[in-house]
Ligand binder design. Structure first.
Ligand code: CP
Ligand code: NVA
Length: 300
């Protein structure tokens, strides 16, 4: 079946990613000028959320409205998915009525199973393994503010989680240096690091990882589904907070990013999140613009 899915960042070529970033930036400028571009009238995006969301839901829903289409919010609680209808049966039915499907799933295998039988494009809107839509927004934000990311240096501080994995994928795809610092027991999956090749290096000292980085980024220490580990993780991540002191070890004028939601005083100090180097609000808004570019790309 010849359908383009977006389950991993590497489902796009590096050139396609660069085209999406440019298109996202253009759509952002049009949006701020009050222009709308209804390029996909009447098209429908089905959105399945197994986990909570603010940014992802609003950006996809508003994005489809801007493009002249419509988005349908579906949760397992209110659909037959929650009563055990197989994911493959759901995929066949949704494919027959929508032009694309966006899924936020607990397990990465769920989006893979859905995509295996879907006859329309499937978009990964976060799984336990990755979050490629967020990376598109992060890359657009860096590119708008600092130019092409190729050859530059990015530091990831904190948990080796779904966001960290997707940064590893991005570094290999676009050719930039990624320096990761995590506590030893919270490193990214070895297989993902291996696939990232020489672009990624993993450390356990945040100061070593941020040295010379033009972008410092982090994420919550306990992701959705890990709430029971919150206390253990608070202990394990002591010393991994991105604070003003750590930012001084990065390149002068380094940017700070966080996919949000953030916990001030845990993975990031308020002085950094709300400080002059932080670009988190622009990063969040860019979800809207770059995902519109993605929807245009996937929905013909
Ligand atoms: N960053 C992100 O995906 O946010 P939401 O969980 O609010 O969608
Ligand atoms: N790592 C976080 C990202 C939230 C957007 C989580 O999976 O909960």
């Amino acid at each position: 079946m010849n359908v383009r899915h977006f389950l991993n960042l590497s489902d796009l070529s590096a050139d396609e990613v660069r085209e999406l970033l440019a298109r996202g930036a253009a759509l952002g400028r049009m949006y701020r000028d009050g222009e709308r571009h209804a390029s996909r009238p009447g098209r429908v995006l089905a959105m399945i959320f197994e986990k909570a969301s603010t940014r992802t839901r609003i950006s996809f829903e508003a994005g489809m409205a801007h493009l002249g289409g419509h988005a349908i919010f579906l949760s397992p609680r209110d659909t037959q998915l929650g009563r055990g209808e197989p994911i493959e049966d759901t995929a066949r039915v949704v494919s027959s009525m929508a032009d694309a499907v966006m899924i936020r799933a607990n397990e990465h295998a769920t989006v893979e199973r859905f995509a295996a039988v879907a006859t329309v494009p499937v978009i990964n809107a976060l799984t336990d393994r990755s979050h490629p839509c967020q990376l598109l927004a992060d890359l657009q934000t860096f590119t708008e503010l600092r130019g092409d990311i190729a050859g530059r240096t990015v530091a990831w501080i904190g948990d080796g989680n779904n966001m960290c994995h997707t940064w590893i994928e991005a570094a290999a795809l676009l050719g930039f240096n990624l320096r990761i610092a995590t506590p030893p027991d919270y490193a990214p999956e070895a297989e993902v690091v291996r696939a990232g090749g020489d672009w990624t290096r993993v450390f356990t000292d945040p100061e070593v990882a941020v040295a010379g980085a033009e972008l410092v980024t982090t994420d919550v220490w306990a992701s959705m589904g890990q709430e029971a580990e919150q206390e253990t993780r608070l202990d394990a991540f002591t010393g991994f907070q991105v604070d003003a002191g750590l930012m001084t070890k990065a390149a002068p004028n380094a940017l700070f990013m966080h996919c949000l939601p953030a916990h001030r005083g845990e993975e990031v100090a308020a002085e950094v999140l709300d400080g002059p180097q932080s670009v988190v609000w622009r990063e969040a808004e860019n979800r809207l613009h770059v995902q519109k570019a993605l929807l245009e790309h996937l929905i013909g």
